[in-house]
Design a protein around this ligand. Structure first.
Ligand SMILES: O=P(O)(O)OC[C@H]1O[C@H](O[C@H]2O[C@H](CO)[C@@H](O)[C@H](O)[C@H]2O)[C@H](O)[C@@H](O)[C@@H]1O
Length: 516
């Protein structure tokens, strides 16, 4: 079973395989290997890349599906097939039932049994095999039926599961990246950079990850129409929170909205000097109004004092150092009568170690022009935004040489920054949960948390919301990225517009309420 029918969970099926989805044969199109099918996007809101390359099949599939969407019943908003390049890591956001299979799903087809009966596979022209033949031939079968409780439609999904990738024997090595888009494969964008291990190989992985860390432009050799397709399909799955404002408000009806805001890249634009990442007065004013309407927290990778000095609003909750330093408001308001009591620091024992590492990193990296080491109290950031790309490998070596002596620290990567922090299992997602509990929403079903952020570490919070099945995340990005957020906003200015709309809506609804 995929998802929990009773809770109306949207179904999503990930399909991995090296062979053609439709005929099961390995065509001469070694550029793709993975297909994800998302049913009911964008509400399913699972993110994957379309990483189409030179072969025309991906485009064909995409046009085929776009043409099929109008045939779907209204409540079934569609299905998307997403392709990944051969050899890349599979995206790991399957619904829990699929996750627990701990196996790769090699190839699949699905059909939608409804009054409209659409079998995508059979409708594909030129497919020499029927779905069942492929599946019988290639793998063990597992049939999954998903009901869409709203539409009363049963979707029969046939998933073929194999413990080893049955197609890998004839699979060639992935081609070197060519054409394409600004997509960051999970392989390239390592969430936790490995500190020890094989020297050269590891450093290369770091540098690859550093390169992928902050896409700012479409690669010059990309094919514009494919890039457009990629971007539009990403937007379909992660629509603008401004465009979807009414839907968002509908979803929050009867629930208490709680706002969580990242700082850098969300409330303030990204700038070269981390000490000059100021927030505009207009943004400050908007956040102040927001906090009068909803409990509001700032969740940042920065040291709490520093982010407070940028924001300067005493009525907010602050979670600094990626959530490892949480403090309630220092002035009371409607939402925080005894919040001053809140202070949570789960990593205090690491303070001396972080200090020591900070000093060593400053010393070690001082020969690399442009490198900035920032002490974020419970974590340290090494910025490489202003370091010449030719020097990135040198910087990676320097950082690794320091970290080798500290097995209790780990390294993550943000936007042109290496972030070092204690190995403890505490992230922005835990901070969000902690704050919700502190606000009195533990085990509450009528709370609607909204988290807005732009960076990798914000994904922990997006994922937490998705796992809780409450509220949603909004990713601030102009470019397609792998994300657990449901919606997007392009830049801090759009964040401000969105917050202002929330404020206006709240004021209007309070007025309407008081008239009744
Ligand atoms: O969780 P966040 O609040 O988003 O913190 C993540 C990092 O943000 C800051 O760095 C980023 O913004 C800088 C200023 O615009 C920019 O120069 C840098 O390249 C970005 O990575 C902060 O300085 C870091 O310490 C945080 O780790």
């Amino acid at each position: 079973m995929i998802g929990k029918e009773s809770e109306g969970v949207k179904a999503e099926l990930l399909v991995f395989g090296a062979n053609c989805l439709f005929c099961g044969v390995e065509h001469n199109c070694q550029f793709w290997e993975l297909v994800a099918v998302t049913i009911n996007p964008p509400l399913g809101a699972h993110t994957h890349y379309i990483h189409t390359r030179t072969h025309s099949l991906p485009r064909l599939l995409y046009s085929f599906l776009s043409a099929s969407l109008p045939l779907f019943p209204r409540s079934l908003s569609g299905a998307l097939l997403i392709l990944k390049p051969l050899g890349s890591n599979p995206v790991t956001y399957p619904v829990p039932a699929l996750l627990s299979l701990k196996t790769s799903i090699s190839v699949a087809c699905f059909s939608v049994s409804s009054p409209y009966t659409i079998n995508l596979l059979d409708r594909f022209e030129g497919c020499p095999f029927s779905s069942s033949e492929i599946l019988k031939e290639k793998m063990t079968q597992q049939n999954v039926v998903v009901s869409d409780p709203k539409s009363g439609i049963n979707m029969a999904i046939t998933v073929a599961v194999s413990n080893s990738s049955i197609f890998t024997t004839s699979v060639q090595k992935p081609p070197a990246a060519q054409g394409g888009y600004i997509s960051i494969s999970r392989k390239k964008f390592l969430k936790n950079l490995e500190i020890n291990g094989l020297g050269g190989a590891r450093i290369n992985a770091w540098v690859d990850s550093m390169r992928a860390s902050s896409p700012t432009h479409v690669k010059s050799n990309s094919t514009p129409s494919l890039a457009d397709d990629h971007h539009s399909s990403w937007i379909v799955r992660h629509p603008s929170a401004l465009d979807m404002f009414e839907e968002i408000i509908d979803a929050s009806k009867g629930k208490q909205i709680v706002m969580f805001l990242d700082y850098d890249g969300t409330l303030s634009p990204i700038v070269e000097d981390p000490d000059r990442a100021f927030m505009s007065d207009a943004m400050r004013k908007t956040v102040r109004k927001l906090a009068r309407c909803f409990p509001t927290a700032i969740v940042s990778g920065r040291c709490r004092d520093k982010v407070y000095n940028f924001v300067r609003l005493a009525e907010l909750y602050y979670a600094g150092s990626h959530g490892m330093d949480i403090k309630g408001p220092t002035t009371s308001s409607k939402y925080n009568q005894d919040s001053e009591a809140i202070l949570f620091q789960p990593a205090t024992e690491f303070l001396p170690m972080i200090d020591e590492v900070y000093q060593q990193l400053v010393e070690k990296t001082k020969s690399t022009p442009g490198a900035i080491v920032e002490n974020n109290r419970f974590c340290v950031s090494v910025h490489f935004r202003c370091v010449d790309e030719k020097k990135w490998s040198e910087l990676a070596h320097q950082v690794r040489s320091v970290l080798k002596g500290y097995p209790k620290l780990r390294l993550n990567q943000g936007r042109k920054v290496l972030e070092i922090r204690p190995i403890i299992k505490w992230d922005k997602g835990n901070a969000l949960e902690f704050l919700l509990d502190s606000l009195g929403f533990a085990n509450c079903t009528d709370v609607f948390p909204v988290y807005i952020g732009d960076d990798r570490t914000d994904e922990d919070a997006f994922k937490k919301l998705r796992d809780r099945g409450q509220g949603f995340g909004i990713l601030v990005s102009k470019f397609p990225k792998d994300t657990c957020a449901s919606y997007t906003l392009q830049e801090p200015d759009e964040v401000m517009d969105f917050l202002q709309r929330l404020v206006d809506w709240k004021r209007l609804s309070l007025r309407a309420h008081s008239r009744v």
